[in-house]
Structure formats: structure tokens, C-alpha cells
Design a protein around this ligand. Structure first.
Ligand code: ATP
Length: 473
């Protein structure tokens, strides 16, 4: 070794060992289940908004784990699995993480797709390894409980015998069942499997049998109050200007999931940063809603002729929307975004889950108003209305299928197509005519708004109402 200075090498090796032990003591070292990282949990139920019912149900189920000794005394079999079902981005992963901190458990996450391999036996081996890793990790960080979270369980736990190359899928699912059956109340590390899916109908019934996924917790899209809670959570760390009203924002975001709302708050802050402001204003949130709904603003600049057509089309939608429900227009714009050349955004009144025939017909009127405005102002329609027609026909179908059309109660499956077509056409034509008569009387105001829109690119609902009021006076 003479002539070589090995001190730097020794130093590096020492530093490596120290770092390894620090990481291990914090439970951060990647475990030996391939790509699945051991996650450090900092999520609690208070970080999850709008899911009070799901949280309550989950906490009740988890009390089985918390009161472990009582369960053992009474000879109750352990809870082995909880299935969270619901649309994407509603907080299922968050709930599983919060469940881990609630029960002081280690947390291991995997996704159903990670178990699917071409080679027979590999998936099953991974399932075994996952359970083994969960136990080892818990022991290493000194915990008695472990939560294994499997996202997209339908990929791994789909009905057996249905997939091509099904042997491999079946072996993987069988292994999961075997592992779950093997969980005992007196195991030194008690493992609970929390799985998530938005396709519960695809799951193999064996998974839902008692002793497997005993509890099903529904995680729905948040309602208005829920959206407000989530917005509060995701704006906690953001300096908000005085004009930001989270209540109005929660009203405007009907149908948004928790993930959408998180993205909305983030995008609004980015817009404020682009303007070098140190506070986020309401207009930033407003624009962020458009972005989350419609996609990124496009640089593409349509020709003046196209812009005029788009402006007429969107103003047509907006006029009919305001006529049907005053105050319903939130924004009118001809800025291209995502797939749309322009759009009119409505403010939902309140979360509505049941619709009357009048309501649906009014919706159809708004959908058809763009094309009718084009026809009245430019003498013909364009391909821009294609999507509106699709929506209008499916709304007409809804009227028919729910027994609200002249056909009365029907079986949608056996209803002859010609009947459906005739009634659909009648519903659409009636609304088209209604819209035509209304817009014919508004030609002057329409031209005025189109001109302003071409100049400003965007008109807020308030501005639009002011223009309409002045024109009417
Ligand atoms: P997927 O089904 O697509 O896996 P998921 O239901 O598991 O989605 P999460 O991964 O838990 O959804 O949510 C994604 C992100 O969205 C979270 O990290 C969080 O920022 C936000 N989010 C979703 N739901 C909520 C909620 N109820 N409260 C607060 N934030 C939420």
C-alpha cells in the first residue's frame, strides 16, 4: 500500500455507513421488495378533506387493530383487508397512509400492475416478497403493525380465468389469497392489506369473501362542503389575497376530485409567481380552474375568421345560459386551451344529483345555442359544434332512458333504435327552435359582446351581465 493515501477512501466508507444507519433508523431504506419504497408517513386524517364518512368507517375498522388485545381475548378473527373504492384522485392513497399513522404501523405501497409479468410465477413470488418485506420492515423500525397498500387491485385481483395468459394472473391472485388467509391475530407483526380500486365490479369474488377484504369503504367525489375543506387544506401554506373566497371557488368546482383541487391551488400559486406577486389573488384561481378543466393555454393562434366564429359560438352558449339561469355564466373566452378553441364556463348553482326533464331540456338548449348562433350570424354551422351535439344527444337519451319522454317508461336495452331516434330528434328540434327564436331577438347584443370578446379575448360573467343590462335599459 506504500505510496497510496487510503485515508479519503476510509473516510468515504465511514460516511456511507453512518448515512446508512441514519436512514435505517428513520425507516427510509428501500426494502428488498424490488421497486417498492418504504414510505415515511406524515399523513394524518386531518390532512384529508371532504371524506368524513369514509374516515369514520375506516377508523371504526382500524379500531380492530388498535384494540388488539381485546380482539384476541374474545377470539375474534383479525381484520385482514379493507377495500377502498371510488374514482381516481379522491384520496384513497392518502387514507391508507393516514390509516398507517393512526395504527402506528409501517407502510408499504405497491400497485397491481407491478405484479403482472410475462413469466409464470414471478407475480406470485412478488406477492410473497411483499408480505415478507412488510414484516421485516416493521421489525426493523420496531412496530407491531404493518399496512400493505395495493393500488389498482383490479389488475392483480381481476376475475380468474378471464385474462389472456390467465395462468400467471391466476397464480398471482391465488398467492395473495394464500397470504391473506395466513394472517393470524397472534402474529408478531400484524399485517393489514388496504387495497384501492375504481372498478370493484372487476374483482374476483374470492377477494370479497369474509376473511379477505372484509370491509369496503366508499371514497366518493367530494361535495361542496368537502371541496371547501380540501381547498382549505391545500391553501394552508399559501399567502392568499383578501379577495380570495374559497366558498365561491368550491361552488365553481363541481365534479373536481381532491387531486384536481390540489392541482388548482398549486396552479394558482404558479400564476401568481409568474406575475412576481407575493400573494395569490382570486383571478389566479379563476384561471387555474380553466387550466385544470381544459388543459394548458395553447400558443396556436386561429385566423381572424375562425376567432370570430368561435366568439359568436361561445356568446350564443352564454346568452342562452344567462337567459335560463341568471348569473350562471362564469367566464367566456376565445383563448384556445387543450382541445377547445374557446369555451363558456358555467357556475353550478348547487351540487345537483337529480335532474328533471325541464332541467335537462334547458341544458340541451345551452348546448345547441353555439351552433344556432353561428347559423344566424354567419349563415351556416361548422365542425366546432360536434362535441355539443354529442352531449345534446346523450342528454336527450337520458330523458328517454329515465322514462321522461313521450315514450314513458322504457327498457333502454330493448327500445328499437328507430323509436329512440324519432324521440331524440323531436327533443333536439324543439330546443333548437326555442333557441333560434330567442337569439333572433338578441342579434344586436350578440354583435356587441362578440366585438368586446374579440378585443379582450375573455369576458367574466359579471361583465357580460353588465353589458346585457345596459343593452336592455
Ligand atoms: P388514484 O385512484 O388515482 O390512485 P387516489 O384516490 O389514491 O387516486 P390520492 O393519490 O390519495 O388519490 O390523491 C392524490 C393527491 O390529491 C393527494 O396527494 C392530495 O394532494 C390530493 N387529494 C386527493 N384527495 C384529497 C382529499 N380528500 N383531501 C385532501 N387532498 C386530497
Amino acid at each position: 500500500m506504500a505510496g497510496y493515501d487510503i485515508l479519503p477512501l476510509l473516510f468515504l466508507a465511514g460516511a456511507g455507513i453512518v448515512l446508512f444507519f441514519i436512514a435505517r433508523s428513520r425507516g427510509l431504506v428501500a426494502n428488498n421488495f424490488g421497486s417498492v419504497p418504504a414510505v415515511k408517513i406524515e399523513t394524518s386524517f386531518s390532512d384529508i378533506g371532504g371524506q368524513a364518512a369514509a374516515i369514520k368507517e375506516l377508523q371504526e375498522a382500524l379500531s380492530f387493530i388498535k384494540n388488539h388485545s381485546d380482539i384476541q381475548k374474545l377470539g375474534i378473527r383479525p381484520l385482514k383487508g379493507i377495500l377502498l373504492t371510488g374514482p381516481p384522485g379522491t384520496g384513497k392513497t392518502l387514507l391508507a397512509k393516514a390509516a398507517a399513522s393512526f395504527t402506528d404501523a409501517s407502510f408499504l405501497a405497491a400497485s397491481g400492475s407491478e405484479f403482472i409479468e410475462m413469466y409464470a410465477g414471478v407475480g406470485a413470488q412478488r406477492v410473497r416478497k411483499l408480505f415478507q418485506s412488510a414484516r421485516e420492515m416493521s421489525r426493523r423500525i420496531g412496530k407491531n403493525n404493518s399496512i400493505i397498500f395495493i393500488d389498482e387491485i383490479e389488475i392483480l385481483g381481476g376475475k380468474r380465468g378471464q385474462t389472456t395468459g390467465h395462468l400467471e394472473y391466476d397464480q398471482t391472485l391465488n398467492e395473495l389469497l394464500v397470504q391473506m388467509d395466513g394472517l393470524k391475530v397472534d402474529d408478531s407483526v400484524r399485517v393489514l392489506v388496504v387495497a384501492a380500486t375504481n372498478r370493484v365490479d372487476m374483482l374476483d369474488p374470492a377477494l370479497l369473501r369474509p376473511g379477505r377484504f372484509d370491509r369496503q369503504v366508499k371514497v366518493e367525489l367530494p361535495d361542496r362542503e368537502g371541496r371547501l375543506d380540501i381547498l382549505k387544506i391545500h391553501t394552508r401554506n399559501k399567502p392568499l389575497a383578501d379577495d380570495v373566497k374559497l366558498e365561491s371557488l368550491s361552488r365553481e368546482t363541481f365534479g373536481f376530485s381532491g387531486a384536481h383541487l390540489e392541482s388548482l391551488a398549486n396552479e394558482a400559486a404558479i400564476l401568481a409567481m409568474r406575475e412576481s406577486l407575493d400573494q395569490v389573488y382570486y383571478r389566479h384561481f379563476h384561471e387555474a380552474v380553466d387550466k385544470v378543466m381544459m388543459g394548458e393555454r395553447l400558443d396556436r393562434r386561429p385566423s381572424l375568421q375562425d376567432l370570430k366564429r368561435v366568439a359568436i359560438h361561445e356568446t350564443g352558449h352564454a346568452f342562452v345560459s344567462e337567459h335560463i339561469r341568471g348569473g350562471s355564466v362564469s367566464t367566456l373566452t376565445i383563448t384556445p386551451r387543450g382541445q377547445a378553441l374557446g369555451y363558456m364556463r358555467q357556475t353550478p348553482e348547487d351540487d345537483t344529483y337529480l335532474y328533471t326533464r325541464d332541467y335537462l331540456e334547458n341544458q340541451i338548449a345551452v348546448m345547441l345555442a353555439g351552433a344556432v348562433a353561428e347559423e344566424l350570424e354567419l349563415g351556416g354551422r361548422s365542425t366546432g359544434a360536434g362535441n355539443d351535439y354529442l352531449q345534446a344527444t346523450s342528454t336527450a337519451d337520458r330523458i328517454i332512458n329515465s322514462g321522461m319522454s313521450e315514450l314513458g317508461v322504457v327498457d333502454p336495452e330493448t327500445l328499437p333504435r328507430s323509436f329512440r331516434y324519432r324521440v331524440q330528434k323531436k327533443i333536439l328540434q324543439a330546443q333548437e327552435e326555442r333557441v333560434r327564436q330567442f337569439l333572433l331577438k338578441k342579434k344586436r347584443e350578440l354583435a356587441e359582446v362578440v366585438e368586446i370578446l374579440l378585443e379582450q379575448e375573455r369576458i367574466s360573467g359579471q361583465e357580460l351581465r353588465k353589458i346585457l343590462e345596459t343593452a336592455a335599459a
